[in-house]
Design a binder for this molecule. Sequence first.
Ligand code: S3P
Length: 173
Amino acid sequence: MISAKSGNLLLVGFMGVGKSSLAKELAKSLKTICLDTDKIIENMEGKKIKRIFELKGEEYFRKLEQDIAFWLEKNVKNSVISTGGGFVAVENLKEIGKVVYLKSSFENIMKRIESHPNFKEKLAKRPLLQDRKKAKELFEKRGDIYKKSADITINIEKYKNRKEIIKEIMQFI
Ligand code: S3P
């Protein structure tokens, strides 16, 4: 059973694993709202993530993620929160809500992105996915932190579709 004081559920996992689309459906099933840390940052800055990386760099972006994390902890309740792939490193992650780790192999994630009709767009908007070798290294490096942060881990490769994944998550809440 996972429940948090805040009532929030946080979806974490590597880029392209499907956090945003799953968060939207999960929120619908739970009859609550869905927030997305990348979208909040884009709205705050008035720029796309890609542009923020180009203009201000990754360190600046990480600082924004931490600011958002403190804001979420203080202000948000009973919501489903989709996070950017690196958000998991914020210092107060566990204070925001219960953490659901969407796990998948790197190969499966790449296959998932490449089979998308908007493949080029999906790839282009992610600065850290441009160089596949570096992305794989990042994936390896992040494995442990996702695992350690997770209250529940969902191996998405085991399920046929999003509906099944949602059913599984719902059993824990
Ligand atoms: C990042 C993941 C991206 C976005 C940014 C950095 C990362 O979000 O926050 O490009 O460090 O893994 P998605 O996980 O939604 O692609």
